[in-house]
Design a protein around this ligand. Structure first.
Ligand code: HSE
Length: 379
């Protein structure tokens, strides 16, 4: 099959490398913004050269961002081309439209690299849910934030310096605040939950709290108490829809999640009958992420069409039954926090079991009073 690459950045050049010596997948066109010597003979700056070329079977979108990626991907599918993308922002934002278009046109639309980098998470999630109902899923879904948290647990570090290292290694998003504040994870969680629960969740409605305000002193306290702090995503089947959220979480120092190093991810689903199955691997980085793009091309070459699931029903967020204790560090405790405080630690307080959505709403409001606030759920 002939592939046109949209973009030749970290992931695009990785896809090119993976395909270079293959006979079954040929990169025959590359859309670039500026000249790229490595692909000078096949590059173009005009998307029309790709969409009108009948010899191109698959458009692999690895440019990122919403626009013009959305226009290119929809035009490619309307022209009868399969689309493979690593763009989680695009799939999360236009989920219903893009998945319906793929079905309508009878083309493949796959985005395995969009969630978990090089981990074959989405394909296995889609596979298991054909047989078993998923109760819960989530875990460590961002390589950059795990890289930062891992380094902070190893030794006191400068947050900007360790973030710069993650950027230099090609893990971070173009705007790394997406990695730190949870937006990147939220997109991955939306795509995963939609596939798991045949849902369409509104990305912006999912509450989240990131790691921007965590300090070395917080980490020292957690370690002294036998905990490791990780930024975790959760989506669970709920009575009136899906309960989804992202928050730093204190896991026992001997939990699987605590052992996840560097840019690795650990993503888990719990099937009603299958029980817990976890997927571990490099969640970011050039060759692992590019490998999942190429694997999707091979899946299409094998005859797969459409998206991972054929159903997409808008669903509400329902956090009614989700509650656990929280660590809270704030310089401006209010009455609500006092009323819910169960214990005092060196650097903050620990609440009794508090409803997750209530806590995340409180934290969002509290950040306007105390921008240095840090909270973490306790697993
Ligand atoms: N910035 C993302 C991460 C890249 O750090 O996980 C992979 O999606």
């Amino acid at each position: 099959m002939n592939i046109a690459l949209l973009g030749f950045g970290v992931v695009g050049s990785g896809v090119y490398e993976w395909c270079r010596d293959r006979e079954d997948l040929n990169v025959t066109r590359v859309l670039v913004r500026s000249p790229k010597p490595a692909v000078a003979d096949i590059s173009t700056t005009d998307f029309n050269d790709i969409v009108t070329d009948p010899a191109i079977d698959i458009v692999a979108e690895v440019m990122g961002g919403l626009h013009p990626a959305y226009e290119y991907v929809t035009a490619a599918m309307k022209a009868g081309k399969h689309v493979v993308t690593a763009n989680k922002a695009l799939i999360a934002a236009y989920y219903t439209e893009l998945t319906s278009l793929a079905r309508e046109m009878g083309v493949g639309l796959l985005c395995t690299a969009a969630v978990g980098g090089g981990i074959p998470w989405l394909v296995n999630l889609a596979r298991v849910r054909k047989l078993d109902a998923i109760e819960r899923l989530g875990g460590i879904m961002n390589g950059t934030s795990n890289f930062i948290m891992d380094a902070m647990h190893a030794a006191p570090v400068s947050f900007p310096a360790i973030l710069k290292e993650a950027q230099d290694l090609g893990y971070a998003e173009a705007d790394p605040s997406a990695d730190i504040d949870g937006d990147d994870i939220r997109r991955k969680l939306v795509i995963s939950a939609n596939i798991a629960f045949d849902a369409v969740l509104e990305e912006e409605d999912i509450p989240m709290f990131g790691i921007r305000t965590v300090t070395d002193s917080d980490i020292a306290t957690f370690k002294a108490k036998g905990f490791t702090c990780k930024l975790l995503a959760t989506a669970a089947a709920a009575e009136k829809g899906v309960c989804a959220y992202i928050e730093p979480t204190l896991v026992s120092a001997d939990a699987l999640e605590a052992a996840v190093p560097k840019n690795f991810n650990l993503i888990t689903y719990e099937g009603v009958n299958m029980g817990r199955q976890s997927y571990y691997g490099q969640g970011a980085g050039q060759m692992p992420t590019a490998a999942n793009v190429v694997q999707d091309c091979l899946t299409i070459l094998g005859g797969e069409r459409g998206f991972y699931t054929h159903n997409a029903t808008p669903m509400a967020l329902d956090g009614e039954n989700e509650a656990h204790p929280y660590y809270v560090r704030t310089s401006a405790p209010d009455q609500w926090l006092e009323d819910n405080t169960a214990e005092r630690w060196e650097t903050g307080v620990v609440t009794g079991a508090v409803n997750t959505y209530e806590m995340l709403a409180w934290a969002k409001k509290q950040l306007t009073v105390d921008p240095a606030l840090f909270i973490a759920g306790i697993a």
